[in-house]
Write a protein that binds this ligand. Structure first.
Ligand code: CA
Ligand code: CA
Length: 172
């Protein structure tokens, strides 16, 4: 999946980020990354690295999460029966998880509004955010159950190039 040289590079990066040499990255280590601190949804991105109930990210988890952001090798994904970490579906699952904070497999209106508030707080009023959210739901919520399932999320986003929208490439 990834070359030895690439693993080595990731490990160097990991050790650099692991300032207290604890063998794992904590919240504070992520907070020390300038590119991440300025990201309006940084807490969600950090949360995506952490497994539930854990407060440290070990090297294997670090590699696993970052694998979502590697460019897709189209030649290899054709021959592989297994879904790759960096396939478009896996990337979408990662983004979906950033929205679905209670991890019930659906994005509720409240969850959508929270993300919009974090991302656009400075520029938009509450009324504007509400209407952006309603519009997103109108387009994505195909069965109109007031929640966006992963399938609905996928359908509405798969035309976009997700990797361009993801802003944590600087970690790799
Ligand atoms: Ca949810
Ligand atoms: Ca729905």
């Amino acid at each position: 999946l990834v070359s030895a040289a690439h693993i080595q590079r990731l490990y160097d990066r990991f050790q650099l980020l692991d300032r207290d040499q604890m063998g794992g990255l904590r919240n504070e280590d992520f907070e020390a990354i300038p590119e991440l601190v300025t990201n309006p949804i940084k807490d969600r991105i950090i949360g995506a690295f952490l497994s539930p109930g854990k407060d440290m990210v070990d090297f294997p988890s670090f590699v696993r999460v970052l694998a979502h952001f590697q460019p897709t090798n189209s030649k290899r994904s054709k021959t592989s029966s297994q879904e790759q970490y960096n396939s478009p579906t896996r990337k979408l699952q990662f983004v979906f998880q950033l929205y679905d904070q209670d991890r019930d497999g659906k994005i509720s209106k409240t969850e959508m509004l929270q993300v919009l508030q974090e991302m656009l707080r400075m520029e938009e009023t509450d009324e504007q955010l509400q209407s952006v959210m309603e519009k997103a739901f109108q387009e994505a919520d195909l069965d109109q159950d007031d929640a966006i399932s992963f399938d609905e999320f996928k359908k509405s986003l798969e035309k976009l190039d997700i990797s361009e929208k993801m802003s944590i490439g600087f970690l790799c």
